[in-house]
Design a protein around this ligand. Sequence first.
Ligand SMILES: Nc1ncnc2c1ncn2[C@@H]1O[C@H](COP(=O)(O)OP(=O)(O)OP(=O)(O)O)[C@@H](O)[C@H]1O
Length: 251
Amino acid sequence: MNIVSGEQIAKTFQVGKEQHPVLLDVSVAINEGEFISIMGPSGCGKSTLLYALSGMDSIDQGQVIFDGMDLTTLSDKELADLRRTKMGFVFQQPTFLKSLNILDNILLPAMRDERKNVRALTERALQIMNKMGIADLAKRDITQVSGGQLQRAGICRALISNPQVIFGDEPTGALNSTSAQEIMDLLTSINREGTTVMLVTHDPKIAARTERILFMSDGAIVNELRLPRFTGADLDDRMVKVVSTMQKIGI
Ligand SMILES: Nc1ncnc2c1ncn2[C@@H]1O[C@H](COP(=O)(O)OP(=O)(O)OP(=O)(O)O)[C@@H](O)[C@H]1O
């Protein structure tokens, strides 16, 4: 069953008097439970597509259906509620408040919904932090942890509402290779527990960990590669497949 799909999505940015078409009739369907990535050259529209599919940004034409709902028909409030309850977002640099410790930063977005049940929410946050390997950092300031630990906290924040889909925009882009692979280990285990995960990445080593890779060029999906479940042993072979597909289509 599709959890999110886009039908002939078109999006143009206007800068001054100039029109910049960025998505040209993009259609895509993502099944519940998929682990999927979007690759392509800088500026080809990867993030714009991710934002369109998650309702973070509007589209000019077409349709986006998320969990049976047409996002183009929802009000801003309905969209915000949907994003907060059914989607999780992980960005290259998590934006956290400097005045709050790690735990409170993780709790902050969820507090809006469950103000009355802080204790249960805190317990849930600590459980997730434990799974992500950062339970002992709960009381630290955000300046007192590494980039990899901060990104783990970002994932905890994305998971707090038990989302159906995690959208990641270059979630490993600011990390060294080891931390990046550790973050991918976590996203893989989240996916194996049933959450759909969709990432934008420019890194073949990251895309190679996912099970379907959409290749974009100039505002269109031009190819896709399906890979079996990652076993932990076949990363090099998978990367070769990703890179050779990129070479074949010239991106
Ligand atoms: N708010 C905006 N206003 C105007 N143009 C924009 C805006 N956001 C993105 N663009 C332009 O749209 C195009 C696609 O941007 P997008 O961020 O989707 O690309 P991308 O493939 O994710 O690139 P990168 O890999 O560099 O992050 C780019 O040319 C970008 O400059």
